[in-house]
Design a protein around this ligand. Structure first.
Ligand SMILES: NC(=O)c1ccc[n+]([C@@H]2O[C@H](COP(=O)([O-])OP(=O)(O)OC[C@H]3O[C@@H](n4cnc5c(N)ncnc54)[C@H](OP(=O)(O)O)[C@@H]3O)[C@@H](O)[C@H]2O)c1
Length: 267
């Protein structure tokens, strides 16, 4: 572990910035990065959660932390977060904050849809755009984007969410190719259903999911080896089976699946 720790920090630098660190996959990213010796900037809206996690990391992992509350749904939220970390050498950027919003398109509130696009798409663009130049100058760094298997096909009743995750996948994979050989690793982690607060926030019917620790372990093992990785072999099979179906069939099968995870009044 000591060697792993040294090599991870050497590979990328001292600090990691994790968005969406107050819960679920983001909190686990912070724990896993701190376990590899990285100091962590924790960001999300719920400051009390971030402060509790910061204390845990400082006590158990002896790393430095910073807590920067930020609402990435507001137009200048990501810019302000980038300003707030400008003096730190951010070696690993984890663009993880995100949420879903389940239901038939015309039943969904426009403001919440706009906020979803802002958090899931614009925040990774702005943060990566702001933090990449200094990684470039140092010749090392990593950018991780939390995508989803939802981005592999259209998801009726979750259409905007699936479109945001297709955006994240294409953004991350494009950056991976652009940055090959630069010393900067890029990875899109594509989880399937994961046991976090996501389903509650999205208004889904509760269903089983992978533990977030497993998703993060898959991501960190794949970083530097490939542009994207699906967590879980069953998720990989369903994400890739789509490629061989006509698009109409893919959309209709997906609608059947998502309808079962959507409350009747929202279908
Ligand atoms: N769970 C799944 O089944 C699943 C599957 C595939 C992909 N994902 C992706 O995984 C990522 C993490 O989600 P999760 O499963 O860990 O869900 P989660 O437990 O609900 O965590 C979401 C995180 O995003 C933050 N966030 C939400 N809105 C925000 C805003 N306006 N500004 C700043 N931060 C905001 C939340 O913090 P605050 O509320 O404190 O702001 C929280 O820390 C998301 O990108 C999601 O799309 C999840």
């Amino acid at each position: 572990m000591a060697d792993d720790t040294a090599s991870f920090r050497e590979r990328y630098g001292e600090w990691a910035l994790v968005t969406g660190a107050s819960a679920g996959i983001g909190a686990e990213f912070a724990r896993a990065l701190a376990a590899r010796g990285m100091s962590c900037v924790l960001s999300a809206r719920r400051e009390d959660r971030l402060r509790a996690l910061a204390r845990e990391l400082e006590e158990t992992r002896r790393v430095e932390t910073r807590v920067i509350p930020a609402d990435l749904a507001v137009p200048d939220g990501a810019e302000r977060l980038a300003d707030a970390v400008a003096r730190l050498e951010i070696g690993v950027l984890v663009n993880n904050a995100g949420f879903g919003y389940a239901g038939r398109f015309e039943k969904l509130a426009t403001d919440r849809l706009r906020a979803m696009v802002q958090v899931n798409c614009m925040a990774p663009v702005v943060l990566t755009s702001r933090l990449l130049p200094s990684m470039r100058a140092r010749g090392r760094g990593a950018v991780i984007v939390t995508g989803s298997v939802a981005g592999r096909q259209p998801l009726p009743l979750h259409g905007v969410y699936s479109a945001t995750k297709a955006f994240d996948l294409f953004l991350g994979e494009s950056l991976w190719a652009e940055l090959r050989g630069s010393g900067i690793d890029v990875l899109v982690i594509e989880p399937g259903a994961t046991s976090t607060e996501f389903q509650d926030v999205a208004g889904e019917v509760a269903h089983a999911g992978e533990p977030p620790e497993r998703v993060v372990a898959v991501a960190l093992a794949a970083l530097g080896r490939q542009p994207s990785v699906v967590s879980g072999w069953m998720n990989w099979v369903t994400a890739n089976a789509n490629r061989f179906l006509p698009r109409a069939a893919t959309a209709r099968v997906a609608e059947w699946v998502i309808a079962r995870q959507t409350p009747a009044e929202m279908r």
